[in-house]
Design a protein around this ligand. Structure first.
Ligand code: EPZ
Length: 470
């Protein structure tokens, strides 16, 4: 069937579903930005799925959430000139980061849906308040750039979250090695570097993505050269380094275990294009696989998604790349496979939950080992409510494939867990209702719309509304 026919069929299908529910497209499918899953009046928004449909068609990826957040912290550095970021995902985490930057004096303006202009010439504060840091851990990374601009900073410590304690000791140790005096009291980091930051040799005990990107931005304006060894190799770090270099910085070795940053005296605003989101790409690839579908994922970058697509192929899924993206199809029953979530180029921990959902329907037993976070299996109990057969012991989950999943009410506990439960709902028999959209909206732009566009039967509604009760 020609693409245009698929597109027309999908549009007709969308409006038929809407007509049945008496809802406008915007009303039903445009998610509330900034975590608005609890509508005014306290009712709860959910995504509802009727499983069984093969997903067929094309999905266009948005820009990378995690690279964007690291780069937004780095956008504090230029003392002159505007920065224009294109292909920025419109998700609540990005909005929270913009709110943080505004509080510090950065002008931010979306001149188009996904094009963000920033001007950090006139910063007004070196203090990052707890009420914003607690909303989103990545905003802690404004600490280094604030030190680079002011010589001092006061930033609230981020809390933990549902997948782990998530300390920031690697960040603080690296800054101390760069000459920063740090005291932690009353939940705040007080940091001073009266003579500015100085280049240092920094060793990370663990290849932390956040610590790597944070220290790259901190070192960019330091006196002298810094080296980060045992650095994270994730594409997010490559993007962050490329951005700093666009501003006039001198970063080499990003994407490898050893990164060298030669400090410069000033950085100036520049234009920068955000790469596509590799975790979003893997999520929609699983959506195609779990429904036995055939989906073209536009914008997928092969070397970014390879750790996940190789595992899909292990499971009997066909993945074919071309210049514009990748085609994922699952014409055969899925096969069990083993996964070890570990730092890049290992299998990405953020795709562990979606892959687990897929493996609940694979022939045989799969073993998932999580080596990055201490508790990233909370969603397992929710999958079990849908009839999946899985057991966990510490950081290991054993999944025995079953014939079918059955729809059920389930609750997402973090961003990737909620996405995984929705994917399971697309394959389950009957209706599922998934809560936790305040997490989903943090990291996936137009998640429901994109799935709807390839034929999923799903809708987003208040549980108290007619659509929620149907
Ligand atoms: C980034 O988190 C991502 N978030 C995470 O994605 C991702 O899961 C993670 O990297 C690993 O790939 C963003 O980029 C905004 P880490 P980050 O520092 O930087 C421990 C998603 O769903 N650690 O690489 O916080 C830490 O506790 C999110 O998009 C320390 O002990 O991750 C964890 O166990 C979830 N001390 C491990 O290292 C530190 O100072 C990896 O953390 C820092 C980290």
């Amino acid at each position: 069937m020609l693409d245009i026919e698929i597109l027309n069929l999908t549009i007709v299908r969308v409006f038929c579903i809407l007509a049945m529910q008496g809802l406008s497209f915007n009303q039903a499918y445009l998610p509330r930005m900034y975590g608005g899953s609890r509508r005014s009046g306290g009712t709860l928004e959910k995504i509802y799925t009727m499983g069984g449909r093969r997903l067929v068609g094309e999905i266009a990826l948005s820009g990378s959430k995690n690279a964007t957040l690291a780069i937004l912290a780095g956008a504090l550095l230029p003392a002159a000139g505007e920065t224009v970021l294109t292909n920025v995902p419109r998700i609540s985490d990005v909005q929270i980061m913009c709110d943080m930057l505004n509080r510090l004096g950065v002008k931010t303006n979306f001149i188009e849906q996904n094009t963000l202009v920033l001007d950090s010439t006139n910063l007004v504060s070196h203090e990052a308040p707890y009420e914003l840091i607690k909303k989103m851990r990545a905003s802690f990374s404004v600490l280094g750039p604030l030190l680079a601009r002011f010589g001092r900073a006061r930033v609230a410590l981020p809390g933990g979250c549902d997948i782990g304690a998530r300390p920031v000791d690697f960040h603080l140790k690296g800054l101390e090695q760069m000459g920063v005096t740090i005291t932690v009291e009353h939940g705040f980091v007080e940091a001073i570097a009266p003579n500015g930051l100085v280049g240092a040799k920094i060793y990370l005990d663990f290849p932390s993505v956040g610590a790597t990107t944070h220290l790259i931005t901190a070192a960019a304006l330091a006196k002298g050269t810094s080296t980060i060894t045992n650095a994270a190799e994730e594409p997010d770090g490559i993007s962050c380094a490329a951005f700093i270099n666009r501003l006039g910085g001198r970063v080499e070795g990003a994407g490898t275990k050893t990164i060298q940053i030669e400090g410069v005296s000033q950085l100036t605003g520049a234009d920068f294009w955000m790469d596509s989101d590799r975790i979003e790409a893997g999520t929609y690839a699983v959506a195609a696989a779990i429904t036995g579908g055939d989906v073209y994922i536009r914008g997928a970058i092969e070397e970014h998604v390879e750790p996940a697509t190789l595992k899909l192929q292990d499971s009997g899924v066909d993945v074919v790349f071309d210049r514009g993206g990748m085609r994922v199809s699952a014409p055969r029953p899925l096969k069990a496979t083993n996964i070890k979530a570990s730092p890049h180029p290992g299998f990405p921990t953020d795709l562990q939950p979606p892959f687990a959902a897929m493996l609940t329907l694979a022939d045989g037993a799969s073993v998932i080992t999580e080596t990055v976070y201490e508790r990233r299996f909370k969603y397992i109990d929710e999958l079990a409510r849908m009839g999946a057969d899985l057991k966990t012991e510490g950081n290991i989950a054993v999944i025995t494939g079953v014939e079918r999943l059955t729809g059920a009410p389930v609750a997402g506990s973090d961003l990737r867990a909620t996405a995984a439960l929705i994917l399971a709902g697309l394959a389950a028999q009957g209706k599922s209702e998934i809560s936790g959209l305040q997490y989903l909206d943090r990291g996936y732009e137009k998640f429901a719309e994109k799935l709807l566009g390839v034929g999923a039967e799903l809708w987003r509604a208040d549980e108290s509304s007619e659509a929620g009760r149907k």
